[in-house]
Design a protein around this ligand. Structure first.
Ligand code: ZN
Length: 47
């Protein structure tokens, strides 16, 4: 048996009413993910 490895394809980024970044990803098998980023941490890597 071979296991399916999800491939997360970015499906776009939107901004919620609260100002948070909402990133949607999906795999061709139908799985989806939603990841949110706090509004005050929109740019990771910045000190
Ligand atoms: Zn998959």
């Amino acid at each position: 048996m071979s296991q399916h490895v999800h491939v997360r394809i970015s499906d776009g980024i939107a901004v919620s009413e609260d100002g948070e970044l909402v990133e949607r990803s999906r795999c061709r098998c139908g799985a989806t993910w939603i990841r949110t980023y706090p509004a005050d941490e929109g740019e990771p890597g910045r000190q």
